[in-house]
Design a protein around this ligand. Structure first.
Ligand SMILES: C[S@@+](CC[C@H](N)C(=O)[O-])C[C@H]1O[C@@H](n2cnc3c(N)ncnc32)[C@H](O)[C@@H]1O
Length: 261
């Protein structure tokens, strides 16, 4: 199933706000002090590489890729609102409205595919990965980040006092009664479980899948897995937000995959 309509609608309706968020490092520490340093550390030397930025949003990553040596960068996204900002801010880079499941490029057009926190919006990765593999040149690399399945498996609740995200069990001492929180293995709709409202108040639909499903879908697209990274937050987060630093040092939110054609 492709990206949920609500996700594209949300990004269009909140495009300027999203761009402000991702360009303010102290506001978006999940990006600036966690995911971006981790994914960038896995990139090859960009010199002489033609790069496709998949789910490019407002173009922040595409700018970084171009400024860090890539020969050519093309960004694609399904949100016309975010693409308008990307074009406005980066007139020297090409941005196209396109779905990652149907890339309108000839075979073997790019050396590197890059995608930051976008693939978890489609419920079966295989079609999107097959497309990325098709447009990569022989021995090309796909580096992408996504939600960590430990994080997407949790159960969200809230009361007047707090918000809770639980994965685990409660066993009552007297009766032995078990209460289970969260779903890691529950397989619905062909193996994935949509989770709504996981990103704060964002009205987007992210799909949970187990590690096993991720590996199965990557292999069925024909990629070889070169590396899997479960990143630690950057050291600067310890001072900027010690609570979040501790959380992310103990429980991952994102992960990075490095695949080879
Ligand atoms: C969390 S944002 C990340 C944007 C950018 N990579 C960044 O780090 O700022 C996820 C992006 O994925 C895009 N997206 C979701 N599903 C997509 C699809 N099927 N094809 C292309 N882009 C998609 C959304 O429109 C959104 O711009």
């Amino acid at each position: 199933m492709p990206t949920d309509m609500n996700t594209a609608k949300h990004y269009n309706a909140n495009a300027e706000q999203y761009h402000q968020h991702v360009t303010n490092p102290s506001d978006s520490i999940f990006h600036s002090q966690y995911e971006k340093p981790a994914i960038r550390a896995e990139l090859p030397n960009l010199e002489d590489l033609d790069v496709l930025s998949i789910g490019c949003g407002s173009g922040v990553d595409s700018r970084w890729l171009a400024d860090n040596g890539a020969r050519k960068v093309i960004g694609i996204d399904i949100s016309s609102g975010l693409l308008d900002i990307a074009k406005r801010e980066n007139p020297d880079i090409s941005f196209l409205e396109m779905d990652m499941e149907k890339l309108d490029f000839p075979d073997e057009s790019f050396d590197l595919a890059y995608s930051s926190l976008a693939i978890h919006y489609v419920d079966d990765w295989t079609p999107a990965l097959k497309e990325a593999r098709r447009v990569l040149r022989p021995h090309g690399t796909y580096v992408f980040s996504c939600g960590h399945p430990i994080d997407t498996a949790v159960e969200y609740t809230k009361d007047d006092q707090a918000k809770y995200a639980y994965l685990g069990r409660k066993i009552e001492l007297e009766t032995g009664k078990r209460t289970i929180f969260g779903d890691y293995l529950v397989v619905k709709d062909g193996g994935v479980k949509p989770i709504e409202g996981t990103l704060g108040d964002m009205e987007v639909v992210v799909y949970h899948r187990t590690f096993g499903k991720m590996i199965e879908q990557i292999r069925s697209a024909g990629f070889t897995i070169e590396k899997v990274v479960e990143p630690q937050p950057a050291p600067d987060m310890q001072q900027a937000n010690p609570d979040m630093f501790e959380q992310l040092s103990r429980i991952p939110a994102f992960m990075i995959w490095v695949l080879k054609k």
